[in-house]
Design a protein around this ligand. Structure first.
Ligand SMILES: Cc1ncc(COP(=O)(O)O)c(C=O)c1O
Length: 433
């Protein structure tokens, strides 16, 4: 093993991180190579800087005029210079500040500086690579975002254990979640991904439920198990009901217990409506970690980033800073939020009116971009095809028994037509039994 990896492992050895790192997580390090030497030169090379593989002229990166014309408001460096491996420092600092504003009970001493990644998918993937070995189990809600299976099972060879998160009353099934956590705890460690607002259901817990989940993980830690809780907050902030717990569950987990390692994966992707810019964050939180531990784990993330995409998109980071500094942003976000909430309310009204539909049962929803329905006695794939072919309506079918509707992408005025078609098609297609 590389001596730099050994050094990092030595720093982390008596922590939950050290105990839960995967084989890859133990091996990975960040070399004192091109990136580190070039960062040093950037500060001190007064005469000439011949370290980095970029082309400079007159002290600026060479920039094609056609590219510059697309982006007149940006400095050349903000467009094409490589970003630091862990991200632009200003972006990292700002995201931390925003996290603390959005989650007032978060203790800054318990969290790291966020690391920039090229999308929340990447944040989850890197975390999976660092903390899951082939054959290890990770708990998740069932149904879950389909990319979790690709990341956890196909990419790192782990086993996803889906827990049906909802009881028949439409609340989080805490006893079932507790049982699954305890079973994993008895094996020595618990790995879980929590996604609220949830994809595909569109559910977020109320405060009692959020605290109950935290309590389950606390009990596991107290029983001697190390706990990794990935908080996938992709849809953070799209909360449409008053009783929803308005902070990320990361707030409850990051200061919970020395054995609990919380990893928050989030970013402006959905929150700030910039899906394709590929900019996200990963932030570590644990009561058991001090700054030297955070630095060591951030270094492991840097090695993971360096060995995959090398660094994240510079322009997306520059754009994020400009967007946040722009006076119009906050008001515009409120306008967009209100549009989303109106759509949610419209869907809620329609779904209530079809409460007793024999073939479609809504999953609980109160937040996010989506709502999903369980198909009773009909094949979800068949329903999807019928909707597409006969009505020209696109929805997602998954698991053979669910359909998901992204109301985020449908005008409010169209929602009655869309749902009328869904309910009608579900009655008209032949039963699967
Ligand atoms: C639950 C969940 N997590 C993460 C992501 C990925 O976000 P990103 O586009 O930033 O990779 C999505 C996107 O659909 C999602 O639904």
């Amino acid at each position: 093993m590389n001596s730099l990896a050994i050094e990092l492992n030595e720093i982390l050895k008596d922590t939950a991180v050290g105990r839960m790192l995967s084989g890859f997580g133990k091996r990975i390090y960040f070399p004192h190579g091109i990136i580190a030497q070039s960062a040093e030169a950037k500060k001190s090379a007064r005469t000439a800087n011949g370290t980095i593989g970029m082309a400079y002229s007159g002290g600026k990166p060479m920039l094609l005029p056609a590219l510059k014309r697309c982006l007149p408001d940006f400095e050349d460096e903000e467009i094409v210079a490589y970003a630091p491996t862990a991200g632009n420092e200003k972006v990292r600092e700002l995201w931390k500040k925003l996290l603390l504003q959005k989650n007032p009970s978060l203790n800054p001493a318990h969290i790291s500086l966020p690391v920039v990644t090229p999308g929340i998918t990447a944040s989850i993937s890197y975390t999976a690579e660092l903390f899951l070995d082939p054959g290890q189990t990770i708990l998740s809600a069932y149904p879950a975002w389909d990319n979790y299976a690709l990341i956890f099972e196909e990419r790192v060879g782990a086993v996803m254990r889906g827990v049906s998160f909802f009881d028949s009353a439409g609340c989080l099934d805490i006893p079932k979640i507790r049982e699954a956590v305890q079973e994993e705890a008895r094996k020595g460690s618990v790995r879980v991904i929590l996604n609220f607002p949830n994809n595909p259901a569109g559910y977020s817990p109320n405060e009692t439920e959020a605290r109950a989940i935290a309590q389950c993980l606390y009990e596991a830690a107290e029983s001697g198990a190390d706990v990794l809780a990935i908080c996938d907050d992709a849809y953070f902030g799209f909360f449409y009901e008053d009783d929803i717990y308005k902070e990320s569950i990361f707030s409850l987990l990051s200061g919970l217990h020395e054995r609990v390692l919380a990893v928050k994966t989030d970013g402006p992707t959905k929150e700030d409506y910039n899906w394709g810019l590929r900019l996200a964050m990963v932030t570590i939180g644990s009561k058991g970690l001090q700054s030297r531990h955070f630095d060591a784990l951030v270094t492991k993330f840097m090695g993971t980033i360096r060995s995959s995409v090398s660094c994240s998109n510079t322009l997306a980071q520059s754009m994020f800073l400009k967007t946040c500094a722009d006076e119009s942003t906050s008001a515009q976000k409120t306008v967009f939020f209100d549009i989303m909430k109106e759509r949610y309310n419209e869907v809620k009204k329609i779904v209530r009116a079809h409460k007793y539909h024999p073939r479609l049962t809504p999953m609980p929803f109160n937040s996010g971009y989506f709502m999903s329905m369980r198909c009773n006695g009909i094949d979800a794939g068949r329903l999807r095809r019928e909707l597409l072919e006969k009505y020209g309506i696109g929805v997602i079918a998954f698991g053979g028994e669910y359909i998901r509707v992204a109301f985020s992408a449908i005008e409010k005025e169209l929602l009655p037509e869309v749902f009328t078609a869904i309910y009608e098609a579900a009655l008209n297609i032949p039963s699967s039994s």
